[in-house]
Design a protein around this ligand. Sequence first.
Ligand code: PLP
Length: 388
Amino acid sequence: MSIRPIYLDSHATTPVDERVLAAMLPYFIEKFGNPSSISHIYGWEAEAAVKQTREILAAAINATPEEIVFTSGATEANNLAIKGVAEAYFQKGQHIITVATEHKAVLDPCAYLKTLGFEITILPVQKDGLIDLTELEKAFRPETILVSVMAANNEIGVLQPLEAIGEMCRDRNIIFHTDAAQAIGKIPLDVQTLKIDLMSLTAHKVYGPKGIGALYVRRRNPRVQLAPQQHGGGHERGMRSGTLYTPQIVGFGKAVEIALAEQATENPRLRSLRQRLWEQLSPLEGIHLNGHPTQRLAGNLNISIEGVDGAALGLGLQPVMAVSSGSACTSANTAPSHVLTALGNSEQLAYASVRFGIGRFTTQEEIDTVAKHAIATIQSLRKQTTLV
Ligand SMILES: *Cc1c(COP(=O)(O)O)cnc(C)c1O
């Protein structure tokens, strides 16, 4: 096998942990039953496995198992949350508040609702990527039905002040949704103390399989109504029809279980690797850290680099490291990152940016190799520009 670049793109996806795969395997061939089959053991054992994951997820966020609705991932969970609330509550009001740095899977459903006549307020962020709570305060209207603010940002790792936002929404009887795709298993999440009503989750950012996620839907104080976005056999209490994908669900549960068990040791390890990388890169001139220095995911480092061309930088890094660079973020999309421009970066700096996503299998040696190569690439690109 040829030498593959060092993987530092953990916000895009993560490999399945071997322990997760081992837990999933029996559910493909031996225990292949449909969890909805109530008249034989094949169904019962699949149902028991699904129930176990529901319990793990519920415990992870301090919810109850009945409040977990399985989906194909966080994109679907966000769509179900946002469009489902809009459709269920439009007679109460037609105003939704979200934030400029949200994932497209939140911004695009909001944009879609706008075409149907809903009004959407998109809050700006401060230079550090955090929302300004006084801006949120000003945005509330009597007809606001939903606030959607992510837990952890997928580009800059910034952690929004969920507890304060939850408090403000609860005081006004407004539903609070959070996209926690990057947060589950990485930071503590308690839907009671944070006053969260809807929470989107996914497995593949936390060493689980792709194609499985969930939406937490609060059942009491208040009971959230959702209009289903996929109709069929009435699975998931009518909120999301479709035969449950047992192997993926088992993997999701195992992945979250492992992440929670290891969170206390893994976060300091990731933080020290990030610090090691930053200490090597930051002495270079013209390197800017994007996002709040401490209120962010332990494994995230996002920098903008002055005096280099974004596309050339991406190409220069590629042979050694798999990172996400500003010039190649949303594949077919050549616009600069909407997150980095929302922080006030110029287009040039947004392009000349690198997101390092340090993960469970990243080693110190890899960090040192990456730092060395990144520095050499930046220096050689800068030399070329001054020669021209
Ligand atoms: C990855 C991600 C998503 C999309 O999740 P999928 O499970 O891949 O659909 C949504 N929001 C955030 C913040 C993400 O990081």
